[in-house]
Design a protein around this ligand. Structure first.
Ligand SMILES: C[S@@+](CC[C@H](N)C(=O)[O-])C[C@H]1O[C@@H](n2cnc3c(N)ncnc32)[C@H](O)[C@@H]1O
Length: 333
């Protein structure tokens, strides 16, 4: 049986709130003539005030998405329903949110599929939870763990406001992942685990027990030191494939007439992503063909660093003598 868009009107995931005219209680994003964004929640009889006049919410309630409305001073505002990427950047925050560019990478590279059983920690403000819920759909499940009750409340409010109510695939538990995950899921049943927290390496034991063979773990970390620590902990665990890490840089472009060029400013850094997959029970990872650089591990790595410790090719004394000779000969002529 095919599903027409109309039969989705009662969708518990709030698809019906993503289309049609603006309704009371909905968030609307206004863009003023200078391109500044203002997000308002529509209420009958309410007004949006700036030093340049007042805009009646009633002029927007019942208007189509993409309308232009004028305030009492004749200033025009473009009104649009916020996309998920707009919403997460304007919603109330407790903890820092995962930026949309990274949420997109997480959904794609951790292979979050419709119907997947996903575990996430921590929840923070709920930004990433929304992308994960969209990807698993109402047939999947997302079990999110957050150890701070106040953050969990903020996340629940944000997620429910976005989906227009509780999402049928979402369970939010308050507690530390290490303590609560083992009692919450059957071992070997989780398809994907997404960690955005300070110390994901502390969770690899319980995550390894929860993941199904072949399941994906993805961690989002802010610093290179965290990245290194997760990678080494995954190797030490012994039940994961060789980790892969990357970062993504997104540079906006200025588009005006002939002035088509990269924007002058960009977010230079958000975080790093690292993925690995759960091996079948009892399987040990195959030996790596490329051996780690001499001295990359152990005491030497923290005491006196050599170029080889960082995987650089050492310069031979002979080569240095040759370069030195050529430089001094050039300067003498
Ligand atoms: C940066 S925030 C997560 C932001 C979230 N991904 C978002 O996009 O809004 C990190 C959160 O992890 C929580 N956290 C840290 N360690 C945890 C653990 N072991 N178990 C559960 N939550 C944890 C913190 O309380 C914090 O709220």
């Amino acid at each position: 049986m095919s599903t027409s868009p109309d039969t989705l009107d009662d969708s518990p995931t709030g698809a019906h709130t993503r289309r049609g005219t603006f309704g009371e209680g909905e968030r609307v994003q206004l863009t003023d003539p200078k391109g500044r964004l203002h997000t308002i929640t529509l209420g009958a009889g309410k007004e949006f005030h700036t030093h340049r006049g007042r805009l009646a919410h009633d002029d927007l309630i019942g208007a189509p998405d993409g309308s232009v409305v004028k305030n009492t001073a004749g200033v025009e505002y473009l009104a649009l329903r916020p996309l998920l990427s707009d919403y997460v950047l304007s919603m109330p925050r407790g903890a820092a949110v995962v930026y949309p560019k990274d949420a997109g990478q997480i959904v794609a590279m951790a292979d979050i599929f419709p119907g997947a059983r996903v575990v996430e920690a921590g929840v923070g403000s709920g930004a990433l939870s929304m992308s994960l819920l969209r990807a698993v759909g109402d047939q999947g499940s997302l079990h999110s763990f957050e150890r701070r009750e106040d953050f969990a409340d903020i996340a629940r409010g944000n997620v429910e406001a976005f989906f227009g109510g509780p999402h049928p695939a979402w369970t939010l538990s308050v507690g530390d992942l290490v303590e609560t995950l083992p009692g919450a899921v059957e071992p070997g049943t989780v398809d994907r685990v997404v960690l955005d927290m300070l110390a994901p390496w502390e969770c690899l034991g319980v995550v390894g027990d929860a993941l199904a063979p072949g399941g994906v773990l993805i961690c989002y970390v802010a610093t290179a030191t965290q990245l290194s620590r997760v990678a080494e902990a995954a190797r030490d665990h012994g039940g994961f494939t060789e980790p892969q890490a990357w970062e993504s840089l997104v540079r906006g472009w200025h588009l005006e007439g002939l002035a088509v060029r990269p924007e002058h400013r960009m977010h230079g850094h958000t975080g790093f992503l690292i993925t690995t997959r759960r091996l079948a029970p009892g399987v040990t990872p195959p030996l790596r063909k490329r051996r780690p650089a001499k001295g990359a591990y152990g005491e030497a790595a923290t005491e006196q660093w050599e170029p080889e410790d960082l995987g650089e090719r050492p310069l031979s004394e002979k080569k240095i003598r040759r370069v030195r000779r050529s430089v001094t000969e050039t300067s003498e002529t």
